[in-house]
Design a protein around this ligand. Structure first.
Ligand SMILES: [Zn+2]
Length: 475
């Protein structure tokens, strides 16, 4: 057999651990993991000595802003940033315009990705129209996104049409999503409580970003935690797959740890900002609206890292959520109306590689949270999320020792800025390959819009078995 491409000499993160191996690729898939004379001949052989090859990132939480908000980002620029960040698969979010609540709109979104995406893709619709939920899963949706949040002052990104605040409504939605077997991704929030606390601050004339950031952690984080308590109970009685987003608070971690001990079908995401931004009050002070409008509260950093290491938190979702500077500036004086969200998809992997170097997380665990666990949870594994024979050759080649300074001017997102501008990290992405083709090479975009493919999840028993195996292997 002659391969199309052989990558030789690198350390390779396989499901069994990091080993020195050659990767042979044919027709977009890994066909051999070997070394020495066992490695087949190939049309092209690339020596990557000194580098490390990881399975490409699987981002199940990417706001690409198309359709409707393409002045902030579009699928071309967003997936260029993804490729530069080592992601080979992204799944978009439904808070676009029009919001993704029907099969027709889902397929329209998919059509746009087919025209524009550099990497493989899916898109997570909102399950707020119950009659559309089953057909959306049939059409290929790999997860559903529920916002328990609606922005009152800012018109975006949390539109009223998508907000689910009524507990009975959430119950009915969860029942419907359960029938599909797909994960229900939930942004937890107690809207009534945060409204009351926000109105108090506004009435007192205090709209500062510091106050808004503190609200989320106020009263021991009850705004967030009370939603998670209800969600975990709801999961217990209904049995749907609950995927909790934006995990950040110690109290919630206790509830989740218990749910996992009970073998409930609960998986958990946290985000780069929870680990590198919202945990650091000095950064919130310095960056104002260019941080986010939330603070984790004091002393959460070590606990969150512990939960990432031990598996209470399953995955990192980039929650890449770009806005233009013009939409952020108002936040210096009135954070209640500033667009909320920050770009992150290009910075996430380098920030975490830096922490591998610092000894805070192992390379194996980073591979899990960045790639294999999201692929398993969303029914994509082992086609995605693994470097093994038969898997798609979705690869990210990193230099774990290369120092770089993250800079606004190097960001490929249309918004053109980063919360981590000026930060030095050790660890960088050299190349990204999707199905054996370079989309990012020598730190430059070489992929073409329209190369990415709609990647659908496993369905039914196959997906259940994957999820059961994943759950059994966890804490
Ligand atoms: Zn989000």
């Amino acid at each position: 057999m002659k391969a199309d491409l052989v990558l030789t000499g690198a350390d390779v993160a396989t499901p069994g651990g990091v080993v020195r191996a050659d990767i042979a690729i044919k027709n977009g898939r890994v066909v051999c993991l070997t070394s020495g004379e066992l490695t087949p001949a190939a049309d092209e052989v690339i020596n990557l000595s000194g580098k490390t090859i990881l399975p490409g990132g699987v981002d199940t939480h990417t706001h690409l802003r198309e359709p409707g908000f393409t002045h902030k980002e579009d699928i071309v620029t967003g997936t260029q940033a993804a490729a530069a960040g080592g992601y080979t698969m992204v799944s978009g979010m439904p808070n676009v315009d029009p919001v993704t609540t029907t099969v027709e709109r889902y397929l329209d979104a998919i059509e746009r990705y087919k025209q524009s995406s550099l990497v493989d893709f899916n898109h997570n619709p909102s399950p707020t129209r119950l009659e559309e939920v089953g057909p959306l899963a049939e059409a290929g949706a790999m997860g559903f996104k529920v916002f328990m949040i609606t922005d009152k002052g800012a018109v975006y990104p949390h539109m009223p049409e998508l907000g689910v605040h009524h507990q009975g409504r959430l119950f009915e939605i969860a029942e419907e999503v359960k029938k599909t077997g797909r994960p229900m991704m939930v942004h937890p929030n107690n809207q009534e409580l945060i409204d009351t606390l926000s109105e108090r601050a506004i009435k007192a004339g205090d709209t500062s970003y510091q106050t808004v950031a503190r609200l989320s952690a106020s009263y021991d984080g009850i705004v967030f935690d009370s939603a998670i308590s209800y969600l975990c109970r709801l999961q217990e009685v209904l049995g749907f797959h609950l995927h909790i987003l934006h995990l950040r608070s110690p109290r919630s971690l206790d509830v989740i740890r218990q749910a996992k001990r009970n073998k409930q079908k609960v998986t958990v995401e946290t985000n780069p900002h929870m680990m590198f931004l919202c945990n650091d009050w000095n950064e919130i002070e310095r960056l104002g609206p260019y941080a986010l409008n939330l603070w984790n509260g004091p002393d959460t950093t070590d606990l969150l890292w512990q939960c990432l290491r031990d598996g209470v938190i399953d995955v990192i979702g980039s929650d890449h959520a770009p806005h233009l500077r013009e939409e952020k500036e108002i936040g210096w004086t009135n954070m209640f109306v500033a667009a909320n969200g920050t770009p992150k998809i290009q910075e996430t992997l380098p920030l975490f590689l830096d922490q591998v170097n610092a000894g805070r997380i192992s390379m194996n665990r980073l591979v899990e949270i960045f790639s294999s666990a999201p692929a398993k949870i969303f029914g994509l594994y082992p086609r995605k999320g693994a470097i093994q024979v038969g898997s798609d050759a979705d690869l990210v080649v990193v230099d774990t020792q290369r120092k770089q300074v993250l800079r606004n001017e190097d960001m490929l997102s249309k918004c053109g800025w980063s919360s981590w501008d000026g930060r030095e990290v050790t660890g960088a992405v050299d190349h990204t390959l999707v199905r054996g083709q370079f989309v990012y090479r020598d730190s430059k975009i070489v992929g073409k819009p329209g190369y990415g493919r709609h990647t659908k999840p496993l369905r039914g028993e196959e997906a259940d078995r994957m999820m059961d195996m994943y759950a059994a292997a966890r804490v």
